[in-house]
Design a protein. Sequence first.
Length: 512
Amino acid sequence: MTGTAQLTKETVRAPGRWLALAALVLAVLLVAVDATVLGLATPYLSEDLKPSGTQLLWIGDVYSFVIAGLLISMGSLGDRIGRKKLLLTGAVAFGAVSVLNAYATSPEMMIVARALLGVAGATLMPSTLALIRNIFHDPKERSIAVGIWGAAASAGAAVGPVVGGFLLEHFWWGSVFLINLPVMAVLVVIGIKLLPESRNPNPGPWDLLSVGLSLIGMVSVVYAVKEMAVHGIGTGSSAAAVAGIGALIWFVRRQLTLPSPLLDVRLFHNRGFSGAVLADLLTILGLSGLVFFLSQFLQLVQGRSPLEAGLIELPAAIGAVGAGLLAGLLARRWSVRGTVSFGLLAVGVALAACTLLTEDTGVLALGLALFIGGLGAGLAFTVTADVILSSVPKEQAGAASAVSETAYELGAALGIALLGSIVTGVYRGFTVPEDVPAGAADAARDSLGGAAEAAHALPQEQGAALLASARDAFADGFHVAGAVGSAVLFATAIAAWFLLRGQRLESSPDHA
């Protein structure tokens, strides 16, 4: 056996690699859970902090906005200073900032705390996938590892409501953040002992101007999309769009001139890479928007408890985990484009099913729709992550991982912003019963949580009429959002079929 073969075999069969993967899965699961755990806590948080409808949307999506804006920079930083070091630093920061979230006393403080949690989350996500790229050099083993990682990322969005539901049944809403502390402590202990350090041996300098351009560009564009969807085209949203697009164009042009760019934008010349990123983004857009607003639908329209609502959403996690574990095998035996397109179609079907939900829809129908959605997300997200990760040398794994993670977080943010804006736009136009006081009517139009609170303060018959009208309006908005989301996913499935033509997963080991 040659020296190269011996080295490859030792690297591929590195001891403790599956335990190391368990630590990485802990990190990605927790970050993904935190993106949706607020869905169930929203009614309680609304009652305590009394945010406006716009503030409520910011509380829900600023976490994902900030992560999306910083992932490319943090992925590149991990390539430079060491992915293990960045991961463990981020874990400590994530735990500390979780305390600030738990004890927020105003909507403004909560928005800032969620943004800081996003900064910490951005240090975790690209490091997890990049470390997998450097721990697992056998492509088939790596597909299994990416499948487990992808299952955690996809299932996290669905596990969040279950965790949140259990905690909200027994504690106050801040407990959904304090649960992060023991998990992060375990991650740090396991990570120190089992995770290998890896970095790019020739990274070049970290360009701070590119970091700023990436952050400004991503956050500004997403903010503009959200504002335009809710309020139409205005001066503020137009200025944000121009600033964001300008910053991103400048960022791309600068990356083309730097000897060591934060992101090698030439990767997007590869049709398969671009198709995988697009499918990645829109898969999570559909799933995150579905889970976030379904949580409110189940509680505020169907009147279910937080724990019951969370358990109803559990089939999405089951579907995502099962599909994630089988995705690599299916993609090799069938095809990459067939697996991804089928997954996108499945998420589209789940979103289309939202148009049929009513106040009386039963648990079985809800569970089936969510299982199909989770199954589709697990297939599409896992395979696209594998395609993205295997398209670059392992030295650039952090930057490539950041592209996949940016698509994930941007998809989560846009899912809440775009689908949420549709729900909110339809909801705010509902007809308030004539005898309801103006103050109560304004509170009711602001959010469904506000309508429930206003209804409690009115005489029983009047409050019941107001709440019934508000619930019908929220359901109408939810139906429209489901129809729009399903149309986007069906179109993406067709696009992925063509963009991923000829794409294959690796089948031979790396030579370390």
